[in-house]
Design a binder for this molecule. Structure first.
Ligand code: FES
Length: 769
């Protein structure tokens, strides 16, 4: 893909000036970035999302969508500089490296197409989720053995006691590299990391160069040793065999370079991420206590730690042609530092992004593993290890506490994690002393892969129940343990889990009023979720809740708005009206319903938005003239509509002539009914970019089949409402079942939502994946 994406095109007509005082002062080796890269770039996310850092000689990219756009297009933004030394070495250090014959060449990380995907396809089998399941036992055994050594000690540095060595052992085991020289690897891999992403002084550069040179030679010797075992197991053995079978694809230089790079990739990242994870969880005690109480929250807690405090905070790319990114013109050859840690806290994608929240249901969207065809292949190994660490620690040491300490980090633009994490506990309180059977009881088993959304739910309590209108009940929900609930923005919804039903409801109160207000219509023809809430939920009832999540976000950069609500679709619309009023914007609300008695919030709307409101009550003969509503939209204005499908479809048609981005809608659909294997057909799919063929079973979604093949596709709602799982269709006929694509887009047959849409009649599909 070489065309400019939306993010590259930017929204501003004029290119933004990428220079400012803050930009000139930015230095990633200064204390603020080293202490907290996301916070250090808050100003950039808010004011100047792409800027030139003179001190670094790089263009810094700080917003989520811009970073994702860079990762997505690995032709326009080449990965070729990903392993370049960010701090240039003096000639003496280069001489030292040369004396060792050091020639680190292309690896999976910094290789351009088409070579990259050709090799990746050949070498990816070991990383597939199904092939990693069997490794869980080994990771658990290594973790337990290490814990046994210090469980009665009462105070340790977790990095020294476990978090360095176990990931290194797991990495060596996965690669098939002998485990007997762990100390040697430790010294060398730190040197490689400092050499590439650190800021050594000229003097240190010489010492680092010696270590890196020795590492290079050592890696070569290990490859020679491994070649003597043609049947050896592990990924490096497989790579060596592929080198013999297809030397043009998996070259000698590639094997040697990968041997060195993968050690760092495979364990340094997991060690640092795990150290960050323990530090973060133990300093957010409620989160730690929650995962001890309910271990099903562990996979998402890991994902949130990777988002909030991941070990890879920035990565590098180089523009191969002039490009426009975040409204800024980039010259060909521009070097980019894309700061994932900043994107991971971008409010535009993550509600209340700087808050650590293990209940966040889109934490998995973080960019710590990268995105696109270069996404970290070992991501599921890292996740698996971090989950097992938490399972074992929450079972055996729930009373663990973080000691008072100052955390030190090795200076780096890209890798981040404390060198030590000191923790303490009272061994007399170890649960296994009271109940030795704890150790032999069956542990949990989390499937390898991303967390399951159904597990990500917080406990809430109903603080108030009220009648909002005929057939509409209002609830105020508060945290069951009395904590603050996450912030939300107009258009956001939550998912309520009650009586075995999962249902989405928009938030309709005012942000910051201490609880979440919902208004729920009893749906006579529904599947029972709303009826259960009407009949069984009373003040004090405990429920589980997911979210909030915003798929219907208000673009606050326009001056004029028309908001249209049909029936209970008023819930997000009233929150938008409140927000626009607070911003001092021009807006008008059109609220359509059968009668005022059945329409919630009429009184409040008249009281607070009366001069900007038209009520269209059917029984008063006040039906809305949609054409008139569209005609009255000022030039450059935007329309937001929530309501029944026919209202949205009619407005969609009437606004078809307006510029793209003028029309926004949200259905208040009652969730997906799921697949009925008796009626569905299986089908085959060619994934053109990765050269894979997959089969989608009758009882599985296309999205799940793609994820099982180890290919990452973003997803959110999983029911055809949000558009995040869109894939590009190259061939085949699709049965579109989403609520995202317009009729014209469906007729074009070039895109589909993988979570719900399928092949029409079981025919083969071809996707650009
Ligand atoms: Fe939302 Fe598929 S995940 S449309």
């Amino acid at each position: 893909m070489t065309g400019l994406s939306d993010a590259e095109t930017g929204t501003a007509d004029e290119a933004a000036c990428p220079f400012s005082r803050a930009a000139a002062e930015f230095d990633p080796f200064d204390a603020p970035y080293q202490a907290d890269p996301a916070e250090a770039l808050r100003w950039s996310r808010e004011q100047l999302p792409v800027f030139f850092s003179e001190k670094l000689g790089y263009w810094v990219v700080s917003r989520y969508e811009d970073i994702k756009a860079v990762f997505r297009d690995n032709i326009l933004y080449s990965p070729c500089i990903a392993l370049e030394k960010i701090t240039p070495a003096p000639p003496e250090a280069m001489e030292v490296l040369k004396s060792y014959g050091y020639q680190l060449n292309r690896t999976m990380v910094n290789e351009d197409e088409p070579a990259h995907m050709e090799r990746r396809r050949v070498l990816m089998d070991h990383f597939l989720p199904e092939n990693l399941e069997a490794k869980q036992e080994m990771v658990r055994r290594l973790t337990r053995e290490k814990m046994d050594q210090f469980i009665d000690r009462g105070r340790v540095d977790l990095v020294d006691a476990l978090l360095y060595e176990v990931p290194l052992n797991v990495a060596l085991h996965f690669l098939g590299v002998p485990e007997d020289e762990i100390a040697v690897f430790k010294t060398f891999s730190v040197a490689h990391s400092v050499n590439t992403w650190g800021k050594p002084t000229d003097e240190q550069q010489i010492a680092v160069a010696h270590s890196v040179g020795q590492f290079w030679q050592y890696a070569g010797k290990i490859i020679d040793r491994m070649k003597q075992e043609p049947d050896g197991t592990g990924w490096m053995h497989e790579t060596i065999r592929k080198n013999a079978q297809m030397p043009d694809v998996v070259t000698d230089s590639y094997v040697h370079s990968m041997m060195m790079a993968i050690i760092v990739a495979a364990h340094e990242t997991t060690s640092l991420a795990s150290a960050n994870m323990f530090r973060t969880l133990l300093s957010h005690r409620q989160a730690w206590d929650d995962i001890c109480d309910d271990p099903s929250l562990i996979p998402n807690a890991v994902e949130e730690c990777l988002r909030y405090a991941g070990s890879i905070v920035a990565w590098r790319r180089q523009a191969t042609a002039p490009a426009r990114l975040g409204g800024v013109e980039l010259p060909a050859g521009a070097k980019l530092l894309i700061v994932q840690a900043s994107g991971n806290q971008d409010e535009r994608h993550f509600e209340d992004g700087d808050r650590f929240d293990i209940y966040r249901d889109n934490a998995v969207d973080h960019l710590t593993f990268g995105y696109g065809s270069h996404q970290c292949m070992g991501k599921n190994i890292g996740r698996m290890e971090m989950r097992i660490f938490l399972e074992e620690f929450t079972r055996r040491l729930p009373h663990l506490k973080l000691c008072e300490q100052t955390f030190a980090h090795v200076p780096s633009t890209s890798f981040r994690g404390p060198e030590e994490v000191w923790v303490a506990w009272d061994p007399a309180g170890n649960p296994e002393r009271r109940d030795p059977s704890l150790l032999s009881r069956g542990e949990r088993h989390f499937p390898v892969g991303p967390p399951l959304r159904r597990d990500i739910a917080r406990k809430v309590k109903v603080a108030a129940v009220r009648r909002e209108a005929e057939g509409v009940v209002g609830l105020t929900l508060v945290d069951a343990r009395g904590r603050a609930l996450p912030k939300w923005s107009a258009g956001a919804h939550v998912e309520l889990v009650a009586g075995g039903f999962d249902r989405k409801y928009s938030l309709c109160g005012k942000p910051g009023n201490g609880g979440y207000d919902l208004a729920i219509l009893r749906e006579a023809d529904g599947r029972g979720g709303s009826a259960h809430i009407h009949d069984a939920v009373t003040e004090g009832t405990e429920l589980r809740l997911r979210g909030p999540h915003n798929l219907f976000r208000l673009d606050e950069n326009t001056d004029a708005y028309v908001l249209v609500a049909g029936g209970i679709g008023i819930t997000p619309i009233i929150a938008m009206a409140d927000r626009l009023q607070a911003l001092g914007k021009s807006y008008h609300v059109h609220y359509c319903g059968r009668s005022r008695q059945t329409m919630a919030f009429v009184e409040r709307l008249e009281r607070e938005h009366g001069s900007c409101l038209t009520i269209h009550a059917g029984n008063e003969g006040q039906r809305a003239d949609l054409q008139q509503i569209v005609n009255e939209l000022p030039a450059g204005g935007q329309i937001y509509v929530c309501g029944p499908e026919r209202l949205i479809a009619a407005l969609e048609q009437l606004t078809a002539h307006l510029p793209g981005g003028s029309f926004h809608f949200e259905f208040f659909a009652a969730g997906s009914a799921g697949l009925d294997p008796a009626r569905e057909k299986g089908f085959e799919v060619d994934l053109a970019d990765s050269g894979l063929k997959i089969t989608v079973a009758a009882d599985e979604t296309l999205l799940d089949a793609i994820l099982a093949a180890g290919i990452d596709v973003a997803c959110d709602c999983r029911e055809g409402l949000c558009g995040s799982c869109e894939v590009t269709l190259l061939d085949g006929e699709v049965d579109h079942r989403d609520k995202v694509l317009t009729r014209t887009e469906r007729a074009e047959n070039r895109r589909m939502m993988s979570c719900c849409s399928r092949s029409a009649n079981g025919g083969k599909l071809k996707l650009a994946l």
